[in-house]
Design a protein around this ligand. Structure first.
Ligand code: NAI
Ligand code: MG
Length: 333
C-alpha cells in the first residue's frame, strides 16, 4: 500500500528538518507518495494567508501529515496562528507528547510518559473580547462533555495499547469548579470502562511540582489545553529538551505530526538544527499508520545515534543536520 504523506515545511529550519524526514522515510521498506503544502509566514508573504484552504484540503486528502515549524511575526495586523487554526479547522482534538528517557547525560532515567492534551477547547477556544473601553479583557474557557469524553477515552486507549497501568487526570477543579469539574467528572465516568487501569487525579500546580520531583511516577497524563501546553513543555526538559521533543495532533479524519521546537531563525543554514525531534515525530506518524516495526526501527536508530554521540551540537556532538540524517539512514537500511 502507498501512503500519501503531506509535507508542510513552513519557515526557518522547518524546510531543513522536513527534508531530512523525507530522506529517512524514503530509506524505509515502505511506499510513500509525498505532496507539499504551504503554511506560515512565507506563505503569508506570497499568498496573503498563513494557512491557505488548499493546505487544509491536502492534509485531509493524505494518510498523514508532517509539519516542520512556522515563524510568528510579532504584532502583524490580520495575521493569525496557522497552527491553532489548523488544529481547529481539522478538529485535531488530541495532542500527544511522549516524554521518554534518552541515553544522554541531560536526560533523567526511567521516564516514559505520554501527555495527552486536549487540543481545541479550553482557554484556547478563541472566544475573547475587550469590554469597558479596553479596560476589561475576557477569555472564555469552554469545556464540553463531548470534547472531554473523546480526549479522556484517547488517554485510556493509549494506556491500554501500551500496557501502561495508570492514567493521571490533571485539573484545578477546586477553583475552576465548572470547567475542570466537568472534565474531572467525565474522567471518573470513562475510567469505569477500563477496569484494569487506575485513574489518579492531581491538581495542576501539584503536578508541576511532582514532574520536577519524581517524574517517573507518571505513565499517562490527560489534561485540558493550556495545562497540557505548559506541562508538556516542562516535562520534555527532563528527557533531552527541544532538539528531541516530538508531538502528534490527532483528529478523526486527519493527523499532523511535528517537532515541538519552532523555526529557530538563527540556526537556518548553519547545519546545527537537530533533526531528531522531526525523526521522532516521524516515528509517531509511522505508529499512527500502524507501521509499528518501522517506527521502532527509527526510534532505535535515533537512540543508537544519541548513545554514540553522533549528534548535532545541542546534544554535545559535532555532526551537522545532514550528517546525523545520514547516520540514521545507515542504521535503518
Ligand atoms: P525555537 O523553538 O525556534 O527556539 C528555541 C531555542 O531552541 C533556540 O535557542 C533554538 O536555537 C533552539 N532550537 C530549536 N529547535 C532546535 C533544533 N531542532 N535543534 C537545535 N536547537 C534548536 O523557539 P523561539 O526561538 O521561541 O521561536 C522562534 C520562532 O518559532 C518564533 O517565530 C515562534 O513564534 C516560532 N515557534 C513556532 C512553533 C511551531 O511552529 N510549532 C513552536 C514554537 C515557536
Ligand atoms: Mg507549547
Amino acid at each position: 500500500m502507498t501512503y500519501k504523506i503531506c509535507l508542510l515545511p513552513g519557515d526557518g529550519i522547518g524546510p531543513e528538518v522536513i527534508d531530512c524526514a523525507k530522506q529517512v522515510l524514503s530509506a524505509l521498506p515502505l511506499d510513500f507518495e509525498f505532496t507539499r503544502a504551504d503554511i506560515g509566514f512565507n506563505a503569508y508573504e506570497r499568498l496573503g494567508t498563513p494557512l491557505p484552504d488548499s493546505t487544509l484540503e491536502q492534509i485531509r486528502a493524505s494518510s498523514a501529515t508532517l509539519f516542520g515549524a512556522v515563524t510568528t511575526p510579532p504584532n502583524l495586523a490580520g495575521y493569525f496562528s496557522p497552527v491553532v487554526r489548523m488544529r481547529q479547522s481539522l478538529e485535531l482534538f488530541a495532542n500527544l507528547r511522549p516524554c521518554r528517557s534518552i541515553p544522554h547525560e541531560s536526560s533523567k532515567e526511567n521516564i516514559d510518559i505520554i501527555i495527552v492534551r486536549e487540543n481545541i477547547e479550553g482557554l484556547y477556544s478563541g472566544i475573547e473580547r475587550l469590554e469597558n473601553d479596553g479596560n476589561r479583557a475576557i477569555t472564555e474557557r469552554v469545556i464540553t462533555r463531548k470534547g472531554s469524553e473523546r480526549i479522556i477515552r484517547k488517554a485510556f486507549d493509549l494506556a491500554r495499547q501500551t500496557n501502561r497501568k495508570s492514567v493521571h487526570v490533571i485539573h484545578k477543579a477546586n477553583v475552576l469548579r465548572q470547567t475542570c469539574g466537568l472534565f474531572r467528572a467525565v474522567a471518573f465516568e470513562i475510567a469505569k470502562e477500563y477496569p484494569e487501569i487506575i485513574l489518579h487525579e492531581m491538581l495542576v500546580d501539584t503536578c508541576a511540582m511532582e514532574l520536577v520531583r519524581a517524574p517517573e511516577q507518571f505513565e499517562v497524563i490527560v489534561t485540558t489545553n493550556l495545562f497540557g501546553d505548559i506541562l508538556s513543555d516542562e516535562a520534555c526538559m527532563f528527557v533531552g529538551g527541544l532538539g528531541v521533543a516530538a508531538s502528534g495532533n490527532i483528529g478523526v479524519h486527519a493527523s499532523v505530526f511535528e517537532p515541538v521546537h519552532g523555526s529557530a531563525p538563527p540556526l537556518v543554514g548553519t547545519g546545527k538544527a537537530n533533526p531528531i525531534a522531526m525523526f521522532l515525530a516521524t516515528a509517531m506518524m509511522l505508529d499512527y499508520l500502524n507501521e509499528k516495526e518501522s517506527a521502532e526501527q527509527l526510534r532505535k536508530a535515533v537512540e543508537s545515534c544519541i548513545a554514540s554521540k553522533e549528534t548535532t551540537p545541542d546534544l554535545g556532538g559535532s555532526l551537522t543536520t545532514s550528517q546525523v540524517t545520514k547516520k540514521i539512514i545507515e542504521r535503518i537500511s
